[in-house]
Design a protein around this ligand. Structure first.
Ligand code: TMP
Length: 216
């Protein structure tokens, strides 16, 4: 069982492999909640504050070569800052906070991807998240090969780049990340909902929508 601290707001996290369309779904969620009169904060990890965005730059730069433990600590450092400075105050004000990636990403990427100790990650996740766990987590499930190709095409088209440091990891790494997410979803079926990505963002959102009524 996950311990969850009660907050006034609603905390929703969106997870998924590379190229799964998280950003588009976050925006659709924001529109949905605003349309029913809720105040929404949309944010991401790593990032969301000046300090955490600076950490993001280091983490995603292809010229960085952190050892797995350094990588883990940086994700957690960004998380603690983001939570204290940005997410917790918004939840206290009763806002709906939609966060692109959170603690499940650390289990999937640093645990299943980098093979770091899951107990250590769970402990650090809890500390950095101030024991707050999302009310709902949407995991957008896409075949890693398909998702990576999509991400690569987008990167080429918009930034003329070969993708960030994590996107450049092997297909083997990304398959393990997917295994990590699916095992988290199995462990926490009430909180984490697995949504297979559809051929249009709207079709995917219709699948997500049915879980929103439950948390409202
Ligand atoms: P994205 O927000 O554009 O998906 O980029 C964030 C990248 O960082 C993505 O490849 C997943 C990775 N990541 C981790 O490895 N561990 C984490 O704890 C988080 C939040 C993200």
């Amino acid at each position: 069982m996950e311990k969850m601290k009660r907050t006034k707001g609603i905390f929703i996290t969106i997870e998924g492999g590379e190229g799964s369309g998280k950003t588009t779904q976050s925006r659709l969620l924001k529109d949905y909640f605003e349309a029913i009169g809720r105040k929404v904060l949309i944010t991401r990890e790593p990032g969301g504050t000046v300090f955490a965005e600076a950490i993001r730059k280091i983490l995603l730069n292809p010229v960085s070569h952190p050892v797995p433990l350094s990588e883990l600590f940086l994700y957690e450092a960004a998380r603690a800052q983001h939570m204290q400075e940005f997410v917790l105050p918004a939840l206290k004000e009763g806002k709906v906070v939609i966060c692109d990636r959170f603690t499940d990403a650390t289990i999937a990427y640093q645990g299943y991807g980098r093979k770091l100790d899951l107990k250590l990650i769970t402990l650090l996740n809890k500390e950095a998240a101030f024991s707050v766990s999302p009310n709902l987590t949407i995991y957008l499930d896409i075949d890693p090969k398909k998702g990576l190709n999509r991400a690569k095409d987008l990167n080429k088209e918009f930034y003329g780049s070969d993708g960030d440091r994590i996107e450049r990891e092997s297909i083997f790494f990304h398959n393990n990340v997917r295994k990590g997410y699916l095992s988290q979803a199995k462990k926490y079926p009430k909180r984490i909902k697995v949504i297979k990505t559809q051929n249009t963002p709207l079709k995917t959102f219709i699948l997500i929508k049915k879980y929103l009524d439950v948390i409202l």
